[in-house]
Design a protein around this ligand. Structure first.
Ligand SMILES: *Cc1c(COP(=O)(O)O)cnc(C)c1O
Length: 495
């Protein structure tokens, strides 16, 4: 067996990959990181000839060191099948002189499906491997897209239950409807009267509450996480960056070995961290372009070296990126601190006590491959409109944040390296914002009338995920204060 995983806050806690997936978060509140990032020993020429599943096996088998070939292939083949409405799973399309990696062809039409289609299989396989007989309770905080993708993945999976918390006033109407109409019998959904950070903090608190863990164990339950703090989310997300590269080689846009830029609309820093991990594994990357919306903590961090969450939380047209505490940044901080758990733990303590921390100049130098910028709501709307008018392609609001920031990057640097933009959601998920960007007059129409308008304009068929909720019944009506989260979870579990 290969390397182990360890906590970003405690050099003594080590676990296997499957234990890290089961546990989600380390006991000390740290995140699990691989002891080393293995080098991809298969030549890029070979990978460039493979399909999605083939690449998924090569990448994931290097990272999830205690899974057998049979186990991993079972998980991959069960996840990446006709649930996706494109046989390529993650097709790369060219518009506006840029390559968009469409990550929204799964069941809930956001990129969260890429990892959450496979996580339930990884988790139940991990439970078997570790002879775990307790029921797994997935606790999830969502800024809108993780929630439904996790519900869809775990619905009616034997041996699991799932509870999802979303900010009651902080998601799009379609996102909310997708969640509250979920039919799985093992599911629970609640809106909280707070923002995403409140939901995420509440969930993390339950995870690191030892007394609660014991109480749960006595009743035969164990918590785990479907958020991108779980390594079982991060590893599957490395795959599509390799696959994007393979598609660029296949179409003759680049030669094997050429570097590419990767632009990621960022919130919790999971997606872009997966790209970074892929490059540490050997994927040739020039720059990582981190695109933020008005909640621009990360832009400030990359430009000044100061992470400061003490600011107003802004509700934007890209709600899945409305985040001030980007959890996965901790994994990057740990790395640039020289894999030093004590140094990282001290910074994270500062973050939780004062809401900010400053990295050293030496650490900042290690971030030279990262470029950060942000796009406000007007720039996002203007980008949606101009890309549409140029060639009829309609971006969702999150992808538009990335496209707008990429335009700024090009102007600033003149860098002409071939570039991939992670396209994280279907425009159908944010129909109102997208349609009113094209013409404000659309704002007077009903949500589902706008859906039909979008179909006429884009020529892209309404996805099944949207058809499913047109007339679906609302089944989840719980709304609670953030202080009540633990109580409602216990009630859901019959404790
Ligand atoms: C979750 C999400 C993001 C942010 O991804 P992170 O991994 O949290 O940085 C961006 N766009 C969409 C549509 C999302 O659902």
């Amino acid at each position: 067996m290969g390397f182990l995983y360890r906590s970003t806050r405690d050099k003594n806690e080590t676990v296997t990959a499957s234990q890290a997936i089961l546990q989600g978060l380390a006991h000390d509140g740290g995140l699990f990181v691989p002891d080393e990032i293995p080098v991809m020993d298969l030549p890029l020429e070979k990978l460039a000839e493979m399909d999605y599943r083939g690449i998924a096996y090569e990448v994931m088998s290097r990272m999830l060191t205690d899974f057998t070939e049979e186990e991993l292939k079972y998980c991959i083949n069960s996840a990446y099948d006709s649930k996706f409405d494109d046989p390529k799973i993650a097709p790369l399309v060219k518009h506006h002189d840029t390559h968009f990696l469409e990550l929204f062809h799964g069941k809930t039409i956001a990129f969260k499906d890429m990892a959450l289609s496979i996580l339930p299989y990884l988790m139940t396989t991990s439970a078997k491997k570790n002879h775990m007989d307790r029921e797994i309770v997935i606790l999830t905080a969502t800024s809108g897209d993780t929630g439904k993708a996790a519900l869809a993945g775990f619905a009616d999976v034997p041996g699991t239950r799932i509870a999802v918390f979303y900010p009651k006033s902080g998601v799009s109407p379609i996102q909310e409807k997708q969640m509250v109409t979920e039919r799985g019998k093992n599911t629970f959904v609640a809106g909280i009267t707070g923002n995403f950070d409140d939901a995420q903090t509440g969930v993390k608190k339950m995870f690191s509450d030892e007394a609660l863990a014991k109480e749960l164990a006595d009743k035969g339950f164990q918590f785990s996480s479907a958020n991108s703090i779980n390594i079982g989310r991060l590893v599957p997300q490395m795959v599509y960056y390799y696959y994007a590269y393979a598609q660029l080689v296949q179409s003759g846009e680049i030669k094997v070995g050429d570097k590419i830029n990767i632009v990621v609309p960022t919130g919790n820093f999971g997606n872009i961290l997966a790209a970074y991990y892929a490059s540490l594994m050997g994927l040739p990357v020039n720059r990582f372009i981190c695109a933020s919306n008005d909640n621009k903590v990360l832009y400030d961090f990359f430009t000044t070296g100061v992470y400061d969450r003490n600011r107003e939380f802004i509700l934007t047209s890209s709600p899945s990126m409305d985040i001030l505490i980007s959890s996965n940044l901790e994994r990057l901080i740990y790395r640039i601190a020289g894999n030093d758990a004590d140094k990282n733990a001290a910074l994270m303590k500062e973050l939780s006590e004062t809401g900010k921390y400053t990295i050293t100049d030496e650490m900042k130098e290690a971030l030279s491959q990262f470029y950060g910028n942000y796009a406000g709501m007007d720039a996002v709307a203007a980008t949606i409109k101009s890309v549409y008018e140029e060639d009829g392609y309609i971006l969702d609001t999150h992808t538009a944040v990335a496209a707008a920031v990429y335009d700024m990057y090009k102007k600033e640097t003149g860098d002409a390296t071939p570039t991939v933009i992670a396209s994280t959601a279907s425009p159908y998920k944010f129909t109102r914002s997208v349609m009113t960007a094209i013409d404000p007059a659309y704002d007077s129409e009903e949500d589902f009338a706008l859906v039909d308008r979008l179909e006429q304009l884009s020529g892209v068929k309404v996805p099944q995920a949207i058809e499913d909720i047109r007339s679906a019944e609302v089944l989840h009506k719980t709304v609670c204060e953030k202080e009540e989260m633990e109580g409602v979870v216990k009630k859901f579990l019959g404790m």
